[in-house]
Design a protein around this ligand. Structure first.
Ligand SMILES: Cc1ncc(COP(=O)(O)O)c(C=O)c1O
Length: 355
């Protein structure tokens, strides 16, 4: 395959590591493919993009990213069907989102042709790493960091855009119970919660660890003003089923505009499910448990697709969701996986074939 971005330089790995990988027992995000995509920003322009063997980055300890946190990223997956076709799911959304994250962190936007051609070439080179079978995927992590040396609290004038890929099996095993945040916030009005910026995740680890010590796996963040309204979880947007009505909160500048969330909303509307996008009070969940109208709570995100939430804790009380027949979570998960793995028609035009 000839790259269409004419100056994409390809340096192939001399040997592949693939034979050393146990694809049946992958620990998420720990094994990486043979190649990576890199492109530097210097003197106001993105330089020649390159695909090189996966390797460490060499950077000055004074690089701005280490001190001021100019770092954005994305999370995407490549899926392989039984005929060897390789697909991405709505990659244009991830591309737009990394650029809007960059703009918020005063970082340069990345060119669309470099992104898609880099990604396509990388996946072709590392195609063997993408295993067919629902649940298997190649997790794709594009990211950009500030590389200018010098500890001055100002935006960098040099950056590196990188794409690395990691073979993955289904992300979440086990059961998820969440603590609904009463004190800590993930993001605030006017901040950058909507950006997929590294700092948004760093700030979650401490409150999440405290919640884990109480026996929860994740935190559902609430609005920073009142802590009365649910917003999102660690790496998932949240859906609530009250009776047969599906609810999710609107996007605002504290919440990541998830691709999976958008897709669930589109599926629900298409199927005539009673769907409402409006602020959701924690108290509604508590009342819903008490009067048996709360039927389901689930998260949506690229890594887990749809993740049922089995219970939640709020103000010292714990609630266990009932088991439901005809679960929305199960239904949407299957529908999304069927589209992603090319097992069904793609009436929304979400599939993007790479190979
Ligand atoms: C904070 C946060 N919310 C929601 C999501 C879900 O977004 P998506 O469906 O695009 O993966 C993610 C994952 O990317 C996330 O990190």
């Amino acid at each position: 395959m000839e790259p269409t971005v004419k100056n994409l330089v390809i340096e192939k790995a001399k040997t592949s590591k693939i034979d050393k990988v146990d694809f049946e027992h992958l620990s998420f995000g720990t094994v990486f493919t043979d190649h990576m995509f890199v492109c530097d920003f210097k003197e106001g322009v993105w330089q020649t993009p390159k695909i090189i063997p996966y390797q460490p980055l060499t950077m000055a300890p004074s690089s701005r990213v280490f001190h001021y946190g100019q770092a954005v990223f994305e999370g995407m997956k490549a899926y392989k069907d039984d005929q060897g076709g390789v697909f991405l799911f709505r990659p244009d959304e991830n591309f737009k989102r990394i650029n809007s994250s960059s703009v918020r962190l005063e970082m340069p936007e990345f060119p669309e042709d470099y992104f898609f051609e880099g990604l396509r070439t990388l996946l072709q080179l590392d195609n063997e790493w993408i295993k067919p079978g629902v649940g298997n995927s190649l997790y794709i992590r594009p990211f950009a960091i500030a590389t200018q040396a010098g500890i001055l609290a100002a935006p960098s004038n040099e950056y590196k855009f990188v794409i690395i890929c990691s073979p993955a099996q289904a992300y979440y095993g086990g059961e998820v119970r969440v603590k609904i945040a009463e004190k800590f916030s993930r993001a605030a009005d006017g901040g950058f919660g909507y950006a997929k910026a590294a700092g948004n995740y760093a700030g979650q680890f401490y409150p999440t660890r405290l919640a884990q010590e109480e026996g929860f796996q994740q935190v559902i963040w609430t609005d920073d003003h009142t802590h009365e309204y649910i917003e999102e979880a660690g790496t998932m947007n949240i859906f609530v089923r009250m009776g047969d009505r599906l609810l999710t909160c609107p996007i605002n500048d504290r919440i990541l505009d998830g691709v999976t969330r958008k897709s669930v909303i589109a599926l629900a509307e298409d199927q005539g499910i009673d769907m409402e996008i409006r602020p959701i009070k924690v108290q509604e969940l508590v009342d819903g448990m008490r009067n048996n109208t709360l039927k389901e709570l689930f998260g949506s995100g690229t890594a887990a697709v749809i993740n049922p939430i089995l219970g939640f804790g709020y103000r010292g009380e714990r609630f266990e969701l009932p088991e439901v027949e005809d679960s929305y979570a199960t239904r949407f998960k299957k529908q999304l996986l069927d589209i992603q793995y090319n097992k069904t028609a793609d009436k929304f035009g979400w599939r993007y074939q790479v190979i």
